[in-house]
Design a protein around this ligand. Structure first.
Ligand SMILES: C[S@@+](CC[C@H](N)C(=O)[O-])C[C@H]1O[C@@H](n2cnc3c(N)ncnc32)[C@H](O)[C@@H]1O
Length: 267
C-alpha cells in the first residue's frame, strides 16, 4: 500500500470524521493531544508555517489564530473541501491545498516551521515525509509532529481493566512487527449512537514503526532533536471525560520537535 492508496481510505473517512470531530467527539484530540501540542509549540506569530495532513483544518485554524501565516496540505480532496468551506465562513488567511506529504508542491526553504498533527504515522513512506518536511524548511526552522506512541500503539494492544472497568495496565505486543497498511475500522468512542447513525466506520490503514526507527530516521534526515512530549490527561480532564482515564496509565501520543540546523557559516 502506498500513500495514494492510503489517501483513498482517508477521503472515504472525511465526511464522517469532519461531522463527528466538529460535534466534539474527538475528545482525545480536543482535551489532551492538541492542548499539549500547542503548549510545546514555540511562538509562531508572524512565521510562515506548513501543516501537513491537515484534515478538515481544526488544528490548522489554531495555528493561524496564534498569528502564523499558514499553508496546509492534505491528500484527501474531501477533507480539503471541508477545510476550505470553513475558511470561507471564517477567513483566517489559510491556503489549503490537495497534496501528498511525500511530494510537497513547495520549494526548498519555504517555511519557518512545519507541523504534522497525527498524520505522519499514516504515511507508509516514513522516510519521504520526513525528507520533504526537511526540504521545505528554511535552515534553522523547526518541525513539530504528533503520532500515536510507538511503544503503546503496537500491533497487539489490549486494555486490562479491574472490576470497576478502570484500566490498570495496557497489554502490548508485536512491537517489532511493522504494520504496513492493515486496515482498522472504528469510530470515535465518545460519539453516542444517535451521532453515529447512518455513518460508516472509519477505515484507517495502520503503519507502525518502533521508537528507534522514528528517532534514527529523524537523525538520518539531518534533524536535531529539540523536545519530546508524552501528554497525560489531568484528573480534572478525566472527571469530565471518564473514558480518557486509560491515557493516564500509558502515553497514547508522542510529540516530537526537531530542528533543521542553521546553515553553517561560510568563510
Ligand atoms: C488522523 S487524521 C489527522 C487530521 C488533522 N491533522 C487533525 O489533527 O485533526 C490524518 C490525516 O492525514 C492525512 N493524510 C494521510 N496520508 C497523507 C499524505 N500522504 N499526505 C497528506 N495527508 C495525508 C489524512 O487524509 C488525514 O486527514
Amino acid at each position: 500500500m502506498n500513500h495514494e492508496d492510503v489517501g483513498r481510505y482517508w477521503n472515504g473517512n472525511a465526511d464522517a470524521w469532519t461531522k463527528l470531530s466538529r460535534e466534539g467527539y474527538d475528545v482525545y484530540r480536543d482535551h489532551l493531544n492538541t492542548p499539549a501540542f500547542l503548549a510545546m509549540l514555540p511562538d509562531v506569530a508572524g512565521l510562515a508555517g506548513l501543516d501537513i495532513g491537515c484534515g478538515e483544518g481544526h488544528n490548522t485554524r489554531l495555528l493561524a489564530r496564534r498569528g502564523a501565516r499558514v499553508t496546509a496540505v492534505d491528500i484527501a480532496v474531501r477533507f480539503i473541501a471541508h477545510a476550505r468551506r470553513m475558511e470561507m465562513e471564517e477567513p483566517l488567511g489559510i491556503d489549503y491545498r490537495v497534496a501528498s506529504a511525500v511530494a510537497l508542491p513547495f520549494g526548498e526553504g519555504t517555511f519557518d516551521f512545519v507541523t504534522g498533527f497525527m498524520s505522519f504515522m499514516d504515511v507508509p513512506e516514513t522516510d519521504r515525509v520526513l525528507a520533504e518536511a526537511f526540504r521545505v524548511l528554511r535552515p534553522g526552522g523547526f518541525l513539530q509532529f504528533s503520532i500515536t506512541h510507538p511503544c503503546f500503539d503496537t500491533p497487539h494492544r489490549r486494555n486490562l481493566r479491574d472490576a470497576n472497568r478502570i484500566t490498570y495496565a495496557l497489554e502490548v505486543g508485536d512491537y517489532f512487527r511493522n504494520l504496513e497498511g492493515e486496515v482498522t475500522e472504528w469510530l470515535f468512542g465518545a460519539a453516542p449512537a444517535q451521532a453515529r447513525e447512518g455513518l460508516a466506520k472509519f477505515k484507517t490503514p495502520r503503519f507502525t514503526r518502533t521508537l528507534s526507527q522514528w528517532l534514527n530516521l529523524l537523525v538520518k534526515t539531518g534533524f536535531q532533536l529539540e523536545q519530546v512530549g508524552e501528554p497525560r490527561p489531568t484528573d480534572d480532564t478525566v472527571r469530565a471525560y471518564p473514558d480518557m482515564q486509560d491515557a493516564q496509565v500509558v502515553a497514547y501520543f508522542l510529540h516530537i520537535r526537531v530542528r533543521k540546523p542553521p546553515r553553517a557559516n561560510v568563510t
